[in-house]
Design a protein around this ligand. Structure first.
Ligand SMILES: Nc1ncnc2c1ncn2[C@@H]1O[C@H](COP(=O)(O)OP(=O)(O)O)[C@@H](O)[C@H]1O
Ligand SMILES: CC(=O)OP(=O)(O)O
Ligand SMILES: [Mg+2]
Length: 396
């Protein structure tokens, strides 16, 4: 039976899935990297006792996971391994087999995604050393957005920089591709082909405008720092702030990078936590302000994309916060009544697939949906398609 393993090196977690044909056979993640790494399987098993020591960081955790997978499932006889590599730059816009040239190209993009790209590529190299014959495939967050019109990819910077690749790329494309795949079933074929805004709200947060199921605009840009406020990233920021910190505060480039990627967002404003659950459960005034800012920024991002789309047929929430935080959805939707949105509060509290009132009675206003994301499932599809296309010894 041909089996594909997928690995998703996110900013805070390392997720994996083992797929046999289209069925997921084993799924899990390592979280609390850098603190107390624990391996958790979706079946409920948890290995916290010495899975990997706290001090090993991303590379050590990946090594421990590969050891575990080697023992547990035998990596050698897989048809291939798919990796989430967030940045594919201008050249790579669909899943590709990894070879030395492509690895070099993708390594050159590491500064554009410092929380993700280096970790994913370190795993590729580790696997290459262990199992040189094993086909490895990169699946890109940026790929889904490469269909965007040129205007949406441009910064208002001198033209030569755009020619050199300083463009808005957008991220979370694997998540958006999965949502686009499920849209028709959840909101109906007409709305799915219409003007749709998807809010991916996890550790990283971004929004995407879809027309006929294709990305036409998104909130993230050159890097995964732009747009929506996130767990520990600032999102959209006046670039003058960066100049001020560098020149007037004498901060180094590394210190500013740390501030923007690790110390900002929900964590920076609350002073407490990057985790939305902690903030929603807190009575602290700064936690409340961080949540209020998150909602205000979310409404602004939705408004921008609705304006670019010229209207709204469906709004979709996904990602850890989008799927599980009913309070965030309710407080956001409460302020979007002007769009004709109606909220079915009990459905929202239950995290139903459809949470607008138009669903149960006469259709009215845009559909509002909660669609659980599945980046790993999307990567499994992309990896198989790539292996078939690129003529690997597939299926084995
Ligand atoms: N029940 C919940 N209520 C509020 N927030 C939640 C809930 N479950 C998960 N989250 C939030 O989702 C975020 C993680 O999202 P996720 O998509 O899993 O992250 P990642 O980007 O690492 O894949 C965290 O901020 C977490 O607090
Ligand atoms: C691109 C990005 O921000 O990803 P994540 O949400 O996994 O951090
Ligand atoms: Mg994520």
């Amino acid at each position: 039976m041909s089996r594909v393993l997928v690995l998703n090196a996110g900013s805070a977690t390392l997720k994996f899935g083992l797929y046999e044909q289209d069925a997921c056979r084993l799924r899990g993640l390592v979280d609390r990297i850098g603190d107390a790494p624990a391996l958790r399987l979706h079946s409920g098993e948890v290995d916290t006792a010495g899975f990997a020591p706290a001090e090993v960081g991303h590379a050590g955790v990946a090594e421990a996971l590969l050891d575990w997978l080697d023992d547990c499932i035998g990596l050698d006889d897989l048809a291939g391994v798919g990796h989430r590599v967030v940045h594919g730059g201008t050249e790579l816009a669909e899943p590709v087999r990894l070879d030395a040239d492509r690895l070099t190209y993708l390594t050159g993009l590491e500064p554009l995604a410092p929380l993700h790209q280096p970790h994913a590529l370190a795993i590729v190299r580790d696997l290459l050393a262990r199992h040189p014959e094993l086909p490895q495939v990169a699946c890109f967050d940026t790929a889904f957005h490469r269909t965007q019109p040129r205007l949406r990819q441009l910064f208002a910077l001198p033209r030569r920089l755009a020619d050199e690749g300083v463009l808005r790329y957008g991220f979370h494309g694997l998540s958006y591709a999965h949502v686009a795949r499920r849209l028709a079933e959840v909101v109906g074929p007409a709305s799915a082909q219409g003007r749709v805004v998807v809010a991916h709200l996890g550790q990283g947060c971004s929004l995407c405008a879809l027309e006929a199921g294709r990305s036409v605009a998104t909130s993230m840009g050159f890097t995964a720092l732009d747009g929506m406020m996130m767990g520990s990233r600032c999102g959209r920021l006046d670039p003058g702030v960066v100049l001020y910190l560098l020149r007037e505060r004498g901060m180094s480039v590394d210190e500013v990078e740390r501030l923007l990627y690790h110390d900002s967002g929900l964590l920076g404003v609350s002073g407490l936590s990057a985790d939305m659950r902690d903030l929603l459960g807190s009575h602290d005034a700064h936690a409340a302000e961080a949540v209020a800012l998150f909602i205000d920024r979310l409404i602004g991002e939705i408004g921008t994309l609705v304006a670019l789309l010229g209207g709204l047929d469906a709004l979709v929430f996904t990602g850890g916060i989008g799927e599980h935080a009913a309070e965030i959805r309710q407080r956001t939707l409460h302020r979007l009544g002007w769009l004709g949105i109606t909220l079915d509060a009990p459905a929202n509290a239950r995290h139903d697939l459809r949470i607008d009132r138009g669903h149960s009675s006469v259709p009215r206003g845009p559909a509002v949906a909660v669609i659980p994301t599945d980046e790993e499932g999307e990567m499994a599809l992309g990896t198989r398609a790539c292996l078939a296309r690129e003529g690997a010894s597939f299926p084995r």
